[in-house]
Design a protein around this ligand. Structure first.
Ligand SMILES: Nc1ncnc2c1ncn2[C@@H]1O[C@H](COP(=O)(O)OP(=O)(O)OP(=O)(O)O)[C@@H](O)[C@H]1O
Ligand SMILES: [Mg+2]
Length: 714
């Protein structure tokens, strides 16, 4: 995972990169220059020490010569040399060493107690002697001055100055540089007289100093001391002796550890400078970073709060830079967003209230038959809570009503408006209610043209309307009774008139010939039969005989009726589908009356269908209601909407030979059986009757056996 760095950290880092790196570079250059200078200074100091040594030696030489010369003029000294004065009384006022030799070169006086053989060369002049002063082999700088008396040599005066510790300390006190003396050993190397170390020099330098007697500067004179090894910047000054051999080397140098510590001391300043610089950069970067990142953090937290739904956010940024401007725009945007959302909420509430106030159920469905939204009336009509519908497929809600599902599916596919489809809804709680459905495609301007749209389904509960209709129907029936009486009177008066006429003729003409007599008798009998039929039907409707309830197998009754009408079915070339559920519970019914119901419905269907049409008869058990449902659905001519209310009225017929009593008798019988009949029809497409009859709850086993016997006998 990539680690996120805050703007503040980035700014501090930028500051360090921009501010500290150049500073480091400058410091590096500064340190380099400073150490260059330091090295140069060291070199100068060493050179100065070399020159001082040469100067000191030269000064000592002058002193040595001066003292020797001043003594040579002293007559007492001559006498001493010639042996005339006791040596014990000799006194020299000089810090230098004084030695006297007689003409045979024997030492006759020494101020130090050390004895020498007079060096042969030079006869007169300066030279360096290798002596052993105490334990240290310090070189002795001497001036030899032969003394003569009237042209005859009587001896030699020698003044001496040891180039020992005192000399070296004097030198150091003047130059501040370490001074050491190295003496040549028999192997040709040089060892320090006092520090017991060896001088380790590159060959060419040694050659230059020892062979040519030149001063040489070296940056890497290594001295192997007994305890440690040290590197030196040094100036080597050769000190040749009487033979011209460089037996001693004067060494003036500064050790590299001292050089380093000096370097460190001088660069420490720069390091402190860097530290302060870095510190200032971090503080400045941090302050600037905070200054820049704070308003951004405010903006960010404001955006977060808005995304969490808090539109009252105001970002307080006082800076007048781009971030300040951004904060201003942000606040403006928040205000507008707030206003827009308030408007949206208002609109939504309005829509919600409107939907809630609607008495009709409203259901919106997406192109995949998924229920998107419903209103409260839908919940009431279907008696299902919203959560059991919203987000579910319509098939899960209307699973008991395949016809409703088919309609909705067709509406989705064809994207067409369908209005006022009356049907029966089987609710989950078992209730069966009449409803009216209207479908219309869901308008969605955002959707690209031609793409699939959803559907708005309006559901109207027709229970009350149906009850009202039923009431009106009853009223109509009463009113119809008047008409009926007139109809009956008319129906009866006609045959009666005919019968009266025939009887009158028979009475008047008792000699009527048999053919005429037979004819009149036939007319009378026919008309009496017709009268009888009319009266029977009428009585069935007006004062039906009470049903003789017995347990009945409904499927058997249906099959019996179909068998009775088989001839006519065959003649009309109608297809009958028997969709009869087996193992149905028995019902309590009057066999004859129920048979009459089925017969009427089948005959009506046969009269309404044409060759090739079909009639489907379905039976099923509605467990929740404990009822049997019988459905007669044909694909015939259907019933025009205007007639739907009238078909159950007595004497309403659209047929020439019909009495219009069939359906009124059917509804009466069903009513007497505590059942219900529902009609749904689409003019031109077909008609469906749903009959619900209660299941026989308690009857004795004798009845059941009887019913089974009756059912199987048919
Ligand atoms: N299955 C059906 N298809 C189309 N229309 C029907 C159907 N059943 C009934 N009807 C209509 O309802 C009217 C009334 O029917 P009903 O059975 O009461 O009388 P009818 O059939 O006309 O006469 P009857 O039954 O006395 O011979 C019919 O005339 C017909 O217009
Ligand atoms: Mg009929």
């Amino acid at each position: 995972m990539i680690k996120r760095f805050s703007i503040r950290i980035k700014l501090i880092a930028a500051f360090i990169i921009i501010g500290v790196f150049p500073m480091l570079l400058a410091t590096y250059i500064g340190v380099e220059i400073a150490s260059g200078r330091l090295e140069k200074g060291i070199e100068e100091r060493i050179n100065y020490a070399g020159k001082s040594a040469v100067y000191l030696i030269a000064k000592k030489k002058t002193e040595l010569e001066g003292v020797a010369r001043s003594f040579s003029g002293d007559p007492r000294l001559r006498k001493v040399i010639q042996g005339g004065v006791n040596i014990k009384f000799l006194w020299f006022d000089t810090p230098l060493q004084v030695y006297l030799f007689n003409h045979e070169n024997h030492m006759i006086f020494t101020s130090t107690g050390e004895k020498f053989t007079r060096p042969k060369n030079p006869a007169e002049g300066m030279t360096l002697l290798r002596t052993q002063s105490g334990s240290e082999p310090w070189p002795l700088l001497v001036f030899l001055l032969p003394v003569s008396d009237q042209g005859r040599p009587i001896g030699t005066i020698m003044t001496g100055y040891p180039l020992g510790n005192e000399f070296l300390n004097d030198l150091k006190s003047v130059t501040g540089v370490e001074s050491m003396l190295f003496k040549q050993d028999p192997s040709g190397g040089y060892f320090s007289i006092d520090t017991k170390g060896r001088l380790d020099l590159p060959d060419e330098i040694l050659k230059s100093v020892a062979t040519h007697g030149r001063q040489a500067f070296t940056k890497s004179s290594r001295i192997r001391l007994e305890e440690k090894e040290e590197e030196y910047h040094a100036l080597l000054t050769p000190l040749p002796d009487a033979d011209g051999r460089v037996s001693y080397i004067l060494f003036n140098g500064i050790s590299s550890s001292e050089t380093l510590s000096r370097k460190l001391a001088s660069t420490r300043f720069y390091y402190i400078l860097i530290f302060i610089g870095v510190l200032l950069s971090v503080i400045a970067g941090s302050a600037l970073g905070t200054g820049i990142s704070w308003p951004i953090l405010r903006l960010s937290s404001g955006v977060k709060a808005i995304s969490a739904g808090d539109y009252n956010q105001k970002i307080q940024v006082r800076s007048r830079d781009e971030i300040g401007e951004l904060a201003g725009s942000f606040n403006l945007m928040t205000d507008r967003l707030k206003a827009t959302i308030a408007k949206l909420v208002e609109n939504q509430n309005y829509t919600e209230n409107m939907l809630r106030s609607l008495l009709n159920g409203v259901m919106t469905i997406d192109p995949d038959s998924m229920i998107i939204r419903i209103n409260r009336s839908t919940e009431n009509i279907l008696n299902l809570p919203a959560e059991r519908m919203v987000g579910k497929k319509i098939s899960a809600v209307f699973d008991q009503d395949p016809s409703i599902l088919a309609w909705i599916q067709e509406g989705l596919e064809r994207r067409q408006v369908k209005e006022g489809m009356e049907t029966i809804l089987h609710r989950r709680d078992g209730a069966i209610i009449p409803i009216e459905l209207s479908l219309s495609p869901l308008e969605d301007p955002v959707r690209p043209a031609g793409s699939k749209t959803g559907l708005v389904v309006l559901i109207r509960d027709l229970t009350e309307i149906q009850a009202l209709k039923e009431h009106i129907r009853r009223q109509d029936r009463l009113a119809a009774l008047g008409e009926l009486s007139a109809g009956i009177a008319h129906e009866i008066r006609n045959p009666l008139g005919i019968i009266k006429g025939a009887a009158g003729i028979l009475k008047k003409d008792s000699s009527s010939q048999p053919p005429r007599f037979d004819e009149l008798c036939s007319v009378i009998l026919e008309e009496v039969d017709r009268l009888n039929d009319v009266i029977n039907d009428f009585l069935e409707f007006a004062r039906p005989r009470p049903p003789q309830f017995k347990p009945q197998n409904i499927n058997e009754l249906i099959r019996g009726t179909i068998q009775m009408t088989a001839l006519q079915i065959e003649k009309n070339k109608i297809c009958i589908h028997e969709n009869l559920k087996s193992d149905l519970p028995l019902i309590m019914a009057d066999e004859h009356q129920i048979h009459q119901v089925f017969l009427n419905l089948i005959l009506n269907a046969l009269q309404a269908t044409d060759q090739g049409d079909s009639l489907e008869i379905t039976t099923r058990h509605l467990k929740e209601l404990n009822q049997i449902e019988i459905i007669f659905a044909d694909t015939g001519i259907g019933i025009p909407e205007d007639n739907l209310n009238k078909v159950f009225n007595p004497f309403f017929t659209t047929k020439e030979q019909g009495t219009g009593l069939g359906l009124s008798v059917v509804s009466k019988i069903i009513e007497n059986h505590h059942g219900k009949i529902f009609l749904a029809s689409d003019a031109g497409r077909g008609t469906r009757f749903n009959i619900h009859l209660p299941v026989a709850e308690k009857f004795d086993s004798a009845d059941q056996e009887d019913a089974v016997r009756t059912g199987s006998a048919k």
